[in-house]
Design a protein around this ligand. Structure first.
Ligand code: IMP
Length: 427
């Protein structure tokens, strides 16, 4: 039976939480496969806002098994705080499975994320400061600490000694910070080990068995395509692969299991942190989009940078992910505009580029070529089917699908669960 992947198709914050929630009710397993508590998904159920950072959105659906896959980096303190917060609101996390192979965010990762950003000054990436980059760096350097290490105190001590010998030198000698205490970290993390134990599993085995039994698995991306360390606007990216290839590696299932790859596209574009953003609006229009769309970060509270829809980016996402369907979110935010500009290509030094330029240097210089489409004045938040939308809104959706290279199967017209128009089933 099928596994489906949901991917952010722009720079994140496309409204994946809403899509995840819609699909989550119809699947058996929901898996996070990369990233960590740098993510922020907001889901609104019966006017209650749930902000999730570490847990998959599927945790809110009572019949689903939520899974934190091997590709995720876990900050145990944050994870347990989130679990406690949900329990207080009557949401149980008993079925949660956490991969024994997932890497742990350690106190020195958080410290290094913050000091290295400060050190970069104007060249900083604008990370969330949660230690994500340094944790993945240690994973690739093969000095990371995994969930399973918490069950072997001797190994944990050995690995921590090795890590701290290096990290404390860096913190004290390069960044002029205080070093960290081995015994303190050891105690704290052995405690987390006991708390984590009931949830820890061979999640790749569990997922493959579930698929063999005909269950449906849904792989829920965090961050997004243009923040992918390979395919994004490097170095202004996160340190993992939020694209569909990363979903397979980060969950431990093979490509032949996948039946659908759904890209989440916002009806305009936003980004947090630094890096190129050709359609960014730094004028009143940008402020209007930010206010109308409530574009403030869930994780850091930062103002999101806002701009018009960028079709070359959507086409790029279709290509690198193999997107089969799009979920177009926040269409209601555009209501009231007389006409809506859409970037269809770029001008780079007088040359038209229909696709993303090959180099970052060119991308930094890309000037959008816009076409304008007629807007609509009606409030569309009460629409419950595609046919309820005014003609100009329908045309806007069809144009975006054509420019983006995949059909739009769902449209969001508001934050609520009921404010999704499903044109074709996503599962
Ligand atoms: P990091 O993931 O904290 O290392 O941050 C790297 C870049 O990814 C920064 O530009 C962040 O603002 C961005 N980023 C990380 N997580 C998210 C997210 O969930 N939504 C949008 N941007 C994100």
């Amino acid at each position: 039976m099928p596994a489906i992947i949901i991917i952010g198709a722009q720079w994140g914050d496309e409204g994946k939480g809403k899509a995840a929630d819609l699909v989550g009710n119809r699947v058996d397993y929901v898996v996070r496969f990369q990233g960590g508590n740098n993510a922020g998904h907001t889901v609104v159920i019966d006017s209650e806002h749930y902000a999730l950072h570490s847990l998959p959105v599927g945790v809110l659906s009572p019949d689903v098994v939520p899974v934190i896959g091997n590709g995720v980096v876990v900050d145990p303190a944050v994870l347990f705080e989130e679990i406690r917060g949900l329990q207080e609101r009557g949401v149980t996390c008993e079925r949660l499975l956490i991969s024994a192979n997932a890497h742990l965010i350690m106190p020195y990762h958080r410290a290094l994320d913050k000091v290295s950003e400060r050190f970069l000054g104007k060249s900083r990436i604008g990370t969330t400061g949660r230690g994500i980059g340094p944790t993945y760096a240690d994973k690739i350097s093969r000095v990371g600490i995994r969930v399973q290490d918490l069950f072997d105190p001797k190994i944990l001590r050995k690995k921590l000694e090795l890590a701290l010998a290096d990290k404390n030198q860096t913190l004290t000698k390069i960044y002029n910070r205080r070093g960290l205490e081995l015994e303190q970290i050891l105690d704290e993390y052995l405690g987390y080990g006991e708390q984590l134990r009931p949830y820890v599993a061979d999640t790749s085995l569990a997922l493959n068995r579930a698929l063999d039994e005909g269950k449906t698995v849904y792989l829920e991306g965090s961050q997004a395509t243009l923040l992918d360390v390979d395919h994004g606007t490097y170095p202004f990216v996160t340190s993992s692969n939020p694209t569909s290839g990363g979903a397979l590696a980060g969950a431990g299932i093979g490509p032949t299991r996948i039946s659908k790859i759904v890209g989440i596209l916002k009806s305009y574009t936003t980004r947090v942190g630094a890096g190129p953003f050709p359609t960014e609006l730094t004028d009143d229009m940008g402020d209007w989009l930010r206010q109308s769309g409530h574009e403030y970060g869930v994780t850091t509270g930062r103002n999101r940078r806002c701009g018009w829809f960028d079709a070359p980016i959507a086409r790029y996402s279709t290509r690198v992910n193999g997107i089969t369907d799009f979920f177009l979110t926040k269409l209601d935010v555009l209501s009231g505009l007389e006409s809506i500009p859409v970037c269809v290509a770029y001008d780079v030094d007088g040359v038209r580029h229909d696709e993303l330029p090959m180099t970052q240097t060119e991308f930094h210089r890309a000037v959008p070529i816009y076409e304008s489409f007629p807007g609509w004045g009606e409030d569309i938040s009460l629409a419950r089917s595609f046919e309820d939308l005014p003609k100009n809104a329908q045309d806007y959706v069809n144009t975006i699908a054509e420019l983006s290279g995949a059909p739009i199967s769902a449209v969001g017209v508001g934050p609520g669960r009921e404010q999704t128009l499903e044109l074709r089933s996503l599962v």
